[in-house]
Design a protein around this ligand. Structure first.
Ligand SMILES: [Zn+2]
Length: 677
C-alpha cells in the first residue's frame, strides 16, 4: 500500500488551519484523516475513525486536555474540524476501571463532556481512543487486514505476519467493553504500536501524527504481502448463459417485490463490473455470502445476507418474475427465522426491522443495491463491492470465516448502529419523480418542490444548453430527451430504471404555445403543436405506465394541461386544441389504469411568467386589453399574480392526494370563465 504522506502538503494544512484558528495538532490530524479516508481499501462510508489528544481553551479561560475524535455523520475523506468534536479527556479516563457502562450512559456521558454541546455525537469507539495513551490514534477497516483475520486460523496467521509490536485482539463488539479489553491488553504489552482486531479492523498509534499514519500503511502492507504469498486458486464459476431481458427491464420487478406494502418504496441501483461478476457468478455464492460481511458494521446497510437469484437459461421477463417472486418469499422467511433464532441470544428487547434485502445478486446479470434513497442504495453497493473483494480473495486461498451469527445480529440490532441510519422520513422518500420540460420556469420550480420532500427527481429536457447549465448546478440526474421521439424517451427511462429501479411519479410538463387564427394557421404549426402538446404527453405516459405496471406499487401521472383546455383564448387555437385533447387523455389514463393503483391528474394553470409566457408576450397581451403588465398579471378574482411555485405546489398536492384521480386542479388566481363545470 502506497504511503501518501507529503511534508509539503502537511505544512500547507498547518498554515491553512492556523489561519482559521486551529492548532497544528488538529491540522495534521485532519490531513492524515483525509489521507486514510480517501483510500477505499482502508475506509468506506463512515467506517474507521481517528483522534488526537490536545488542549483547548474553554470559555472559562481554562485550558482543558481533550480528545478530538471523529464524530458521527462525518466522512473521513472530507473531514473538517467540526467533524472531530473535542471531549474532555479527564472524565473519560476516570472510567478506566469502571466494570460496566450501558450504551445509553456511554453516549450521554460522552455528550455531556463535549466542549461544544452542538458537536455531533463522538464515535462509539471514543473510550478506546481515550484509553490508549498516545497523542494520535488511527483506526481503519482495511481490506487486507480483514482478509487475514476472516479465515480459519486467522489469529495465528496474524501473529506470524505482524511481529512482536502488535497485539491480536479476539472479536468483541465495539463500545465500552471493547475499550476496556483494549486497555487491558495494552497494559500488559505497553511496547505495542498496533492492534489487530479480529474480524473488525486495525488500530495504530503514536505520539507523532505521521508515525501513526506510517504504521497503518506499514502493517496493512504486511497483510497484503502475506496474502499474496499464499497459494491461490480462482473461485469456480457457473456457466455463462443468455437471458431474454436486460437489467433495466427487470429492475422495476425487483423494486416492486421489495415493497411489503405499496406505500413503502425503495430505490435500487444496478451495477456490474469484473470483480462483482466474478463474485456473483461463483458456484458457491450462496455459501460464502451467507457467512457475513468483511467487517460487522456493514450489516446495517446490507443486512446479514444478500438475496441471490439464479434466472433460468433463456429466461423471459415473465419467467424471471416468477423466479424472483419465489426467491423473495424465501428470503423474507429466512430473515424472520434469523431474527427469531438470535433475538433471545442477545441482551435487550428487539423489534424486527423490515424483511427486505438490501443487496440482490442476480447471477449472470449483476447487482441491485437497495436503500431508502439513492445515497443509501449506493452505500450498500459500495460496501458490497468491498465485501466481494475480501470474501473472494479469502475463498481463493482458504474458506471465508466470520463472527458467529449471534454477534453479527447483535451489531445489526445495536441501537447505536441503527442510530447511524435512522432519521425522520420525508414525505416522498423512496419515490422516483420524472419531470419533462424540467429546465423551464415551472419545471424547475416543480423539481425544487419535489426534491424538498425527499424524492429522487430526474430532469428531462430537450434544450441541451439549458440542461447542461442546470446539471452544472445540481447533482440530480439530468437527461437530454426529445419527448416527441419514442426512442429518446425509452432511452431516458432505461437509464432511470438502471439508476433508480423505476418511476413513481411522471410530471408531463413540456410544452410550446403557438398562436394564430384557426382558419389561417398552417397545418405545420398545428401539427407541431399536437406533437408536443398532445402526443409527447401520450409518449411519456404510455412508457411510464409499462414501468409502473411492472412495479405494481401504485403510480401517478401528472399533466400540465393549461386553462386553454376549458376556456380557449382568441387566436390561441393551435395551443388550446391539443391541450383540450390532453385533458381527455388525462381522464382516459385515470379510467384505464385506476385499477392498477395508477392515478392520473392535471393542473390547469394560467398566466404564469415562464419560457412560454415571456415578458414580450405579456406586454402584447396587456396592451391588447389596455391594462398595465402588472394589472394583466393580477387579472384574476384574487387580484394576485400566480407564480411557477404555485403550480409546483399544485403538482405536489395532487401527487400526495392518494384518493384523487381524473381530477384537474385550477391554479389561476380565480377565473370563473375557466372554472370547470
Ligand atoms: Zn471500527
Amino acid at each position: 500500500m502506497k504511503n501518501s504522506w507529503s511534508n509539503k502538503i502537511a505544512k500547507k494544512y498547518i498554515k491553512k488551519y492556523e489561519k482559521l484558528g486551529f492548532s497544528a495538532d488538529l491540522a495534521v490530524r485532519i490531513y492524515t484523516t483525509r489521507l486514510l479516508g480517501r483510500n477505499k481499501e482502508l475506509v468506506l462510508h463512515g467506517g474507521g475513525n481517528t483522534s488526537v489528544k490536545t488542549t483547548i481553551k474553554d470559555i472559562d479561560g481554562k485550558k482543558y486536555s481533550v480528545l478530538c475524535v471523529k464524530g458521527s455523520g462525518w466522512d473521513m475523506a472530507d473531514i473538517e474540524p467540526p467533524g472531530l468534536p473535542a471531549v474532555k479527556l479527564e472524565p473519560l479516563l476516570s472510567l478506566k476501571n469502571k466494570k460496566y457502562l450501558s450504551d445509553e450512559n456511554m453516549v450521554a456521558y460522552q455528550k455531556r463532556n463535549l466542549i461544544d454541546i452542538k458537536s455531533p455525537n463522538p464515535s462509539v469507539e471514543t473510550f478506546l481512543h481515550a484509553f490508549l495513551p498516545f497523542k494520535y490514534v488511527d483506526h481503519t477497516h482495511a481490506d487486507a487486514v480483514l482478509n487475514v483475520t476472516n479465515r480459519p486460523g486467522g489469529s495465528n496467521f496474524c501473529k506470524k505476519i505482524f511481529g512482536n509490536k502488535v497485539s491480536i485482539v479476539p472479536y468483541v463488539m465495539p463500545g465500552f467493553m471493547l475499550a476496556k479489553k483494549i486497555y487491558e491488553i495494552y497494559s500488559k504489552n505497553p511496547k505495542i504500536n498496533c492492534l489487530i482486531l479480529m474480524n473488525h479492523g486495525i488500530f495504530t498509534f503514536a505520539n507523532d501524527c505521521k508515525e501513526a499514519y506510517d504504521l497503518m500503511i506499514k502493517y496493512v502492507s504486511k497483510a497484503e504481502k502475506a496474502v499474496k504469498k499464499l497459494k491461490s486458486k480462482k473461485i469456480k464459476q457457473i456457466k455463462e448463459y443468455p437471458t431474454k431481458f436486460n437489467p433495466y427491464e427487470i429492475a422495476p420487478i425487483i423494486r416492486g417485490l421489495l415493497s411489503e406494502n405499496k406505500d413503502e418504496k425503495f430505490i435500487i441501483n444496478y451495477r456490474l463490473n469484473k470483480h462483482l461478476k466474478y463474485f456473483i457468478n461463483g458456484q458457491n455464492v450462496r455459501t460464502y455470502t451467507s457467512k457475513g460481511t468483511a467487517t460487522p458494521d456493514h450489516v446495517i446497510r446490507v443486512k446479514p445476507f444478500p438475496l441471490i437469484i439464479t434466472p433460468k437459461k433463456n429466461s423471459t421477463i415473465e419467467e424471471f418474475k416468477n423466479t424472483a417472486k419465489k426467491a423473495f418469499v424465501a428470503y423474507r422467511k429466512k430473515y424472520i427465522q434469523y431474527f427469531n433464532i438470535n433475538k433471545s441470544k442477545v441482551k435487550g428487547k428487539k423489534v424486527m426491522l423490515d424483511t427486505s434485502p438490501r443487496i440482490i445478486l442476480v447471477q449472470n446479470v449483476g447487482m441491485f443495491s437497495v436503500g431508502k434513497d439513492l445515497h443509501a442504495a449506493r452505500i450498500a453497493g459500495d460496501l458490497t463491492e468491498t465485501n466481494a473483494k475480501v470474501i473472494a480473495s479469502v475463498e481463493e486461498t482458504s474458506t471465508y470465516k466470520f463472527i458467529p451469527e449471534k454477534d453479527f445480529f447483535d451489531v445489526e440490532y445495536w441501537s447505536l448502529e441503527q442510530a447511524k441510519i435512522r432519521r425522520k422520513k420525508k414525505l416522498l422518500e423512496g419515490n422516483v419523480v420524472v419531470i419533462t420540460g424540467s429546465t423551464g420556469t415551472i419545471g424547475f420550480e416543480t423539481y425544487k418542490t419535489f426534491k424538498s420532500y425527499g424524492a429522487e427527481v430526474v430532469l428531462l429536457d430537450n434544450n441541451l444548453v439549458r440542461l447542461r447549465e442546470v446539471q452544472s448546478k445540481i447533482k440530480d440526474l439530468c437527461i437530454h430527451c426529445d419527448v416527441t421521439n419514442k426512442k429518446s424517451i425509452k432511452k431516458a427511462f432505461k437509464q432511470i430504471c438502471e439508476k433508480f429501479g423505476g418511476i413513481d411519479i411522471l410530471i408531463s410538463n413540456a410544452g410550446i404555445a403557438p398562436g394564430g387564427a384557426i382558419a389561417e394557421v398552417s397545418d405545420e404549426i398545428l401539427r407541431e403543436s399536437f406533437e408536443i402538446n398532445f402526443f409527447a404527453h401520450q409518449n411519456c405516459a404510455s412508457e411510464a405506465i409499462k414501468i409502473m405496471k411492472k412495479q405494481n406499487i401504485n403510480g401517478c401521472l401528472l399533466f400540465n394541461i393549461s386553462k386553454q383546455s376549458v376556456n380557449p383564448g382568441k387566436n390561441f387555437g393551435p395551443y388550446g386544441l391539443p391541450k383540450s385533447a390532453l385533458l381527455s387523455l388525462c381522464k382516459q389514463y385515470a379510467i384505464d389504469y385506476g385499477s392498477y393503483g395508477i392515478r392520473s391528474n392535471g393542473v390547469n394553470a394560467d398566466r404564469i411568467k415562464s419560457g412560454l409566457m415571456t415578458d414580450k408576450m405579456i406586454k402584447t397581451r396587456a396592451k391588447a386589453r389596455s391594462v398595465t403588465t402588472d394589472d394583466y398579471m393580477k387579472g384574476n378574482l384574487l387580484l394576485n399574480e400566480v407564480k411557477a411555485e404555485d403550480v409546483a405546489k399544485a403538482f405536489f398536492h395532487l401527487a400526495i392526494s392518494k384518493k384523487t384521480t381524473g381530477a384537474v386542479l385550477t391554479v389561476d388566481g380565480g377565473n370563473i370563465a375557466a372554472s370547470l363545470r
